[in-house]
Ligand binder design. Structure first.
Ligand code: C5P
Length: 289
């Protein structure tokens, strides 16, 4: 049995270009893994099962991205072995935090080890599973381009924490990109260097081009952002296709204080620090398939 911690990601910046012939949008993003993780456990079994570690149902069941990741590795290994995949979710779904992609990346790693597929082969399988999976396989701080498959790691950033709030709406990435296509040059105000932690200033100004599109889908986001900016007295950014909103704080204690008293109704409020990796093996018990 192999257990992997799969980290959420936050987008500090996300520039988006016009759709390519294949329908995907070229991006230029600054991605950071954070210490907020799901747990993926994969083991040999008598029959294929996917279950939730907390007892509830797994989103989409066998249609879950993590299951597709396991199947992709099992196909490469040409293995007939059934498995039990257990997902313990902590990262909110459809939140712009890459939770589903993190689970898929963690499952690729776990399945690679269970089925004896070399890590280099497993890493190359990321893009076929999902656009954010290649980053989740690498983690840390990185510039991400292409449709998400080109990941250029940067020196680790540290010395700050994020106050992260998930407003009460789920946003499907495809819908937000489609809304972006319908908007004419909606511009977001960039976040200037002087309000950023020193280790991130070189990457300023930071902009998320998907923000106006996310607001077009979920207008409540503007109110949540204004409310948090007023409470926190600092700029508030959106991660990915939303709706997660965050601000920069000096340390975890300050970020926790800021998220302790957030407006009623948020799906989640967390103080998180940057993580240097996208995934981490937690347990390995020898039952190689
Ligand atoms: O790759 P993934 O399946 O995670 O993407 C979900 C949807 O988000 C795609 O079907 C596409 O509509 C949109 N997308 C995009 N451009 C990207 C990444 C995702 O248009 N770079």
């Amino acid at each position: 049995m192999i257990e992997v911690a799969a980290h959420a990601k936050v987008n500090f910046g996300l520039r988006v270009g016009s759709p390519r012939p294949d329908g995907y949008h070229p991006i230029h993003g600054l991605f950071q893994s954070v210490q907020w993780s799901d747990q993926v456990a994969l083991a040999q079994s008598d029959e294929d099962t996917i279950t939730s570690g907390s007892g509830g149902p797994v989103v989409d069941g066998f249609g879950n991205l993590a299951w597709s990741a396991m199947e992709a590795v099992r196909r490469v290994a040409a293995s007939p072995h059934p498995v039990r995949l257990t997902l313990t979710k902590r990262i909110p779904v459809a939140a712009g935090l890459g939770g589903g992609s993190a689970d898929a990346a963690g499952t690729l790693v776990a399945a690679g080890r269970l089925f004896g597929v070399p890590e280099s082969e497993v890493m190359a399988m990321g893009p076929e599973i999902g656009s954010d999976v290649p980053f989740c396989l690498v983690g840390g701080l990185a510039v991400v381009t292409g449709r998400g498959e080109l990941v250029s790691p940067l020196a680790a950033s540290a010395g700050y924490a994020l106050g992260l709030v998930v407003p009460p709406v789920e946003l499907a990435t495809a819908l937000v990109f489609a809304a972006w296509d319908r908007l004419d040059d909606a511009a977001e105000s960039p976040v200037p260097p002087d309000v950023l932690p020193p280790s991130l200033r070189a990457h300023a100004p930071l902009v998320n081009d998907l923000y106006p599109a996310a607001v077009a889908v979920a207008p409540m986001l503007d109110e949540w952002r204004a409310e948090l900016a007023a409470r926190w007295g600092r700029p508030v950014l959106m991660s990915g296709s939303g709706p997660s909103l965050f601000g920069f704080f000096v340390d975890e204690a300050e970020a926790r204080e800021a998220t302790d008293d957030i407006p009623v109704g948020a799906r989640a409020a967390e103080a998180v620090v940057p993580a240097a990796v996208g995934w981490r093996i937690v347990t390995t018990k020898d039952d190689a398939a």
